[in-house]
Design a protein. Structure first.
Length: 134
């Protein structure tokens, strides 16, 4: 078996992505879309693990601070984006997977628009320039 999903997952967790880059390049050159899809699925699981603590916050019955929670989402998204850019050379499918999973997180949370508005208002009141990428 050429791709062992458990081994790929372990490589992602350890930040060892040179082999994953080589696999993405190789499968891209030979147009093995099914293999690229397998790698993307493993990567999606890795991203879901990064999002899991945020989902636990949402599922708890505790009051959630909109600014703090939104900051956590932005921080997690930024960390994953940097990982994709630096370790996976911004591979298109991985970038799309990140956007899809974070979009799903925001869409499933009924107060996401309210929380984003509160966060943006908070940032604007500081009077400093800021960049928001979700």
């Amino acid at each position: 078996k050429l791709i062992d999903k458990i081994e790929l997952a372990n490589l992602l967790k350890e930040g060892e992505t040179s082999l994953i880059n080589k696999l993405l390049d190789f499968f891209g050159r030979i147009h093995a879309e099914d293999k690229i899809q397998e790698i993307t699925e493993v990567f999606g699981s890795y991203v879901e693990d990064q999002i899991a603590p945020l989902l636990l916050d949402l599922k708890s019955n505790q009051e959630i601070d909109p600014i703090q929670f939104t900051s956590k989402i932005i921080f997690a998204k930024t960390q994953v984006d940097v990982f994709v850019a630096n370790s996976l050379r911004s591979h298109l499918l991985c970038t799309k997977k990140v956007g899809s999973l974070f979009g799903k997180l925001l869409n499933e949370f009924p107060k996401s628009i309210q929380f984003l508005a509160t966060y943006i208002d908070f940032e604007l009141k500081k009077g400093e320039a800021f960049f928001l990428s979700l």
